[in-house]
Design a protein around this ligand. Structure first.
Ligand code: THU
Length: 127
């Protein structure tokens, strides 16, 4: 199974009754392990968690911080998810940047992008 296929499979678990937008993410670690996540919404809308952060946090909680790449798919239906790129939100990019280099590959429906393409600058604490 490709990483995009893993993300498509994870997308099926999305709980998104408020937006009807279903997102799946699959994070490959350098030891070969893969962690997946979907978006989970809440009536109290701001409690929603994105698919990407769900996958990243699951990996970290299991002791994996060494990431190789991430695949992300999203859309109301599977055809959209397979064909239209779902660009990660700024919050998820900042979380990725905590653990990944600027040239970290982000696999979307239209091909491979790099973290630095979507997040050229990031928040940093003063030295
Ligand atoms: N969402 C993600 O899962 N990842 C993103 O990078 C952006 C948005 C989710 C949050 C919400 O459940 C739905 O997509 C619509 O914003």
């Amino acid at each position: 199974m490709t990483l995009i296929e893993s993300a498509l499979s994870a997308r099926k678990q999305a709980y998104s009754p408020y937006s009807n937008f279903m997102v799946g993410a699959a994070l490959r670690c350098n030891d070969g392990s893969i962690f997946t996540g979907c978006n989970i919404e809440n009536k109290s809308y701001s409690l929603t968690i994105c698919a990407e952060r769900n996958a990243i946090f699951q990996a970290i909680a299991k002791g994996n911080r060494d990431f190789k790449s991430i695949a992300i798919v999203g859309g109301a239906d599977e055809f959209t998810a397979k064909t239209i790129p779902c660009i990660p939100c700024g919050a998820c990019l900042q979380v990725l940047a905590e653990f990944c280099k600027p040239d970290f590959p982000i696999l979307l429906a239209d091909g491979v992008h790099l973290l630095k393409e979507f997040l050229p600058v990031l928040f940093n604490l003063p030295e």
